[in-house]
Design a protein around this ligand. Structure first.
Ligand code: ADP
Ligand code: GN1
Ligand code: MG
Length: 351
């Protein structure tokens, strides 16, 4: 195999054929992902799970086993649910020192999108996430481990930002004054959804919590959504956050790390296409209060993600993988530009 077989523990898994190649794949910010191909032509996704981010990998993998088994009860087509490839011992992951690895069947003939190329693509992803949400409505939430505690607790994310500003370990705070001011000016509203949950106005559901467009696989030929992937953060959460994170990423007119902010806005056309398809796929399963919380989720997830990028920039880029100097600050700026745009378009976003 391309001279590096020892780097990748593919031989620990029950693959069909002998690995011929194993190359970096996709554009996720957290795990290391590779596409492996064997001499029989079979394709696999090999991932090194980020164990700095996910502190209890056995618990995370138990979640994924349980969730995929649950989804498989309702889906006959194997391309519609992620399939883990077992290790030689029959486990769902392989540990090598501090490294944790897993393998999925590659969903054949699929692609993922880093930006919506049309409203139809985006609506397809909405149907996939809405359907996913619906299929998990009867999943026993108590069986799920919380893989990242307080993941979408926006007020806590603000506190982490404050701490990063105070420590300023990289000496970057002075150069990010505008972004820091933007974040802190909105901190008092950061608890809108967490408060509604605490008061019982919004229900806790089993949600995906990382509903970026590139976490849905499309059929490369038909452009129909096939499969929701990246199940590491499936945990009890708010429907508004799943809706919101999709809008944050997919309704933007530019990439998450676009440097030219004039190109960044929230497309109301994409927003409407997503909302309509998402609500249709949830098939009346949401309360009126939940439906009206969806736009808040869009604003909140975008704000929260900007806060997280900014915190990571100030802390020395230890969480999100970066590919250039200032990458996390660029990402933060697109998010805050989108928040501002949503604030301006607020009356048109209401559902
Ligand atoms: P991360 O947590 O780092 O975002 P993902 O699980 O989302 O990792 O995987 C990264 C990318 O790899 C996805 O966006 C997708 O393009 C591709 N991918 C992941 N799993 C599969 C799969 N089973 N079949 C095909 N492509 C996949
Ligand atoms: C990360 O893993 P990936 O790239 O799909 C992050 C999300 C952020 C997103 C921003 C576990 O998603 O929460 O919204 O980057 N995932 C985790 O692009 O932190
Ligand atoms: Mg991903």
């Amino acid at each position: 195999m391309n001279g590096e077989s020892e780097r990748y523990p593919l031989s620990a898994f029950r693959l069909e054929g002998r690995p011929l190649s194993c190359l970096p794949y996709g554009s996720g910010h957290i795990n290391e992902t590779y596409l492996a191909v064997t001499d029989t032509g079979r394709q696999y996704i090999l991932q090194k799970i980020n164990s700095q981010v996910f502190r209890d990998v056995p618990a995370l993998m138990a979640n994924i086993e349980a969730v995929t088994a649950h989804l498989r009860k309702s889906e006959r087509d194997p391309r519609r649910v992620l399939t883990l490839v077992p290790t030689l011992e029959g486990g769902s992951f392989h540990r090598e020192g501090e490294g944790y690895w897993r393998v999925y069947d590659f969903v054949t003939g699929s692609l993922s999108l880093d930006q919506a190329e049309s409203a139809a693509d985006f609506a397809e992803s909405a149907s996939a996430f809405g359907h996913f949400q619906r299929l998990l409505q009867d999943f026993p939430a108590a069986r799920l481990h919380e893989t990242i505690p307080n993941f979408h607790d926006t007020p806590k994310r603000c506190l982490a930002l404050r701490e990063a500003i105070e420590k300023d370990v990289m000496g970057r705070a002075a150069g990010a004054k505008e972004e820091i001011d933007f974040a802190l000016a909105r901190e008092s509203g950061a608890g809108e959804l967490t408060e509604a949950l605490r008061k019982g106005e919004l229900p806790l559901r089993v949600t995906h919590n990382d509903t970026k467009l590139n976490n849905v696989l499309f059929d490369a030929k038909t452009r129909k959504a096939l499969c929701v992937i990246d199940l590491d953060t499936v945990m009890p959460g708010l429907c508004a956050n799943d809706f919101g994170d999709s809008i944050r990423f997919g309704a933007s007119t530019a990439a998450e790390d676009e440097r030219d902010l004039d190109r960044v806005s929230m497309s109301l056309d994409l927003y409407r296409a997503y909302s309509e398809a998402f609500l249709a796929a949830c098939a009346g399963g949401l309360s009126d209060r939940e439906v009206s919380s969806l736009p808040v989720g869009a604003r909140m997830m975008t704000y929260e993600c900007g806060v997280r990028f900014l915190t990571d920039y100030l802390s020395g880029d230890t969480y999100f993988r970066i590919h250039r100097e200032g990458h996390n600050l660029d990402r933060c700026r697109t998010q805050f530009k989108l928040v501002r745009d949503m604030e301006e378009k607020w009356s048109e976003m209401r559902l």
